[in-house]
Design a protein around this ligand. Structure first.
Ligand SMILES: Nc1nc2c(ncn2[C@@H]2O[C@H](COP(=O)(O)OP(=O)(O)OP(=O)(O)O)[C@@H](O)[C@H]2O)c(=O)[nH]1
Ligand SMILES: [Mg+2]
Length: 434
């Protein structure tokens, strides 16, 4: 779908190299983020320094140089590879007479252009307004005049820049009010979802969440699993772009032995994910927090995959995901020469989400990990309780079944919950060989 709110603006990307280990990686990533926002990179500028200049972030000479370079190439926007204080942004814009965008604002724009559901839109809009609040200030911004300015709702707050302090205070109050309203609406949506989640917990289905860096292949893996094990074949969207998925999708899957589980596909992560976004996406990521098992999908074909894994783990910690067992899946192995796949070693797998044999091995692995507490159990179910036999046929791996004078003798591999539920019919217990 064509996004009309974002113009293909050429940009200069700029970063301060303070000898951080991951500096080159974050610059590469910034370029990709700029493209994901529908803009292009005309040039990349870096400056080596020990500290950022408190007033202008970059040194004065560098700022002048960037401004000249931008003017020569007709570039209206500088995107900075870090977060700027509101006054640094203002000062840079004043000196360069260009628009200046920091990393957070860029990521917020991408999320905003991708959000489709009401829930995602609210979460992004709240984060945008939180970002805008300390930045409401009278200053000229060429982007505002193009209708692409700051502020989540198309510049309601920034449109009145320059009208004096009272107007500023008024603008801030309006933003705060909008945030309050949006939070209330989001809470209502999330409450409905939590109820649905509770209901699923009552069904006692184990749940698995796909997590990881953006573009690692989470949605592709979801679709591969759906094609082989889906109860319905409702595929999710896959795109070769950053942040293709913003909403959590949950699907019910059924393994060959009739065991069901839930698989969810979630929003991808990126380094230095804006704090406000992490906060507002916490609710969406509840699926990951409440999961019985996480599958961390890693883009094994990307040279920076280790940094991406570190970022994923940091972000999971930031949203309060802890103590959930994690299966690490090195994906896109097909793009790596000399790597054998599919392979599994304990809690690590190497595979390709596009390869059916890989998906089969993943299914077998999940079966083992999710169902290790399952026990082969023999029940004698009276003929008057035929619905229990039906339940077992649909929801458990039935090993044998025959009729006796007293009812149906059925042996099935049962979860701890089902064992408790049907304890009164229990005959004997044999540990599962699985
Ligand atoms: N060659 C190859 N490409 C893959 C594989 N898995 C995914 N891809 C491609 O990688 C790109 C991103 O895949 P997605 O499944 O959308 O990634 P994602 O992790 O859901 O990304 P976000 O939703 O943006 O976080 C798409 O172009 C996929 O076709 C794989 O195993 N091999
Ligand atoms: Mg996705």
């Amino acid at each position: 779908m064509q996004d009309t709110t974002i113009q293909p603006i050429p940009t200069i990307i700029a970063g301060l190299d303070r000898n951080q280990d991951d500096f080159d990686y974050t610059m590469t990533e910034l370029g990709e983020l700029v493209q994901a926002a529908g803009m292009t990179v005309a040039a990349s500028v870096t400056q080596r320094a020990d500290h950022a200049d408190p007033a202008t972030y970059f040194g004065k000479g560098k700022v002048e140089e960037m401004a000249a370079q931008a003017r020569a190439a007709d570039v209206p926007l500088i995107v900075v590879n870090s977060d700027l204080t509101p006054s640094q942004t203002r000062n840079l814009e004043k000196i360069t007479k260009l628009s200046v965008m920091d990393r957070t604002e860029l990521i917020l724009r991408i999320f905003s252009s991708r959000a489709r559901t009401r829930e995602a839109k609210l979460q992004v809009a709240i984060a945008q307004e939180e970002y805008a609040l300390p930045r409401v200030h009278p200053s000229a911004n060429p982007l505002d005049q193009q209708g692409g300015g700051r502020g989540a709702s198309g510049g309601g707050a920034t449109a009145n820049r320059g009208a004096g302090e009272t107007q500023l205070e008024l603008d801030k109050r309006v933003i705060r009010k909008r945030i309050t309203h949006m939070r209330a609406e989001l809470k209502e949506i999330m409450r409905a979802q939590a109820t649905r989640r509770d209901r699923r917990i009552h069904q006692a289905l184990p749940s698995v969440a796909l997590v990881g860096y953006t573009n690692a292949g989470k949605s592709t893996m979801m679709n591969g699993m759906l094609a082989q094990y889906g109860v319905t074949d409702k595929q999710v969207e896959v795109k070769n772009q950053l942040f293709a998925t913003l909403d959590t999708s949950v699907r019910q899957l059924q393994l060959p032995n009739h065991r069901h589980f839930l698989l969810s596909d979630t929003v991808g992560f990126v380094s230095h994910l804006p704090h406000h976004l992490v906060e507002s996406f916490k609710a969406t990521l509840a699926e990951a927090r409440d999961a019985d098992l996480l599958i961390q999908v890693v883009d094994f074909a990307d040279p920076h995959y280790r940094q991406m894994m570190a970022t994923t783990e940091e972000t999971l910690a930031a949203i309060g995901v802890k103590d959930v067992p994690m299966l690490t899946v090195y994906n896109k192995a097909d793009l790596r020469a000399g790597v054998n796949f599919p392979e599994r070693e304990g809690m690590t797998m190497t595979l390709s989400a596009q390869d059916p044999a890989s998906i089969t091995l993943l299914g077998q692995t999940l079966d083992e990990l999710l169902y290790k507490d399952y026990v082969r159990t023999s029940l004698l179910v009276p003929f008057t309780q035929g619905e229990i036999v039906n339940y077992l046929r649909d929801n458990a791996e039935v090993v044998s079944e025959h009729y006796t004078d007293d009812g149906t003798a059925i042996t099935a591999v049962l979860s701890p919950i089902d064992r408790g539920r049907f304890a009164r019919f229990q005959q004997a217990q044999v540990p599962s060989t699985k």
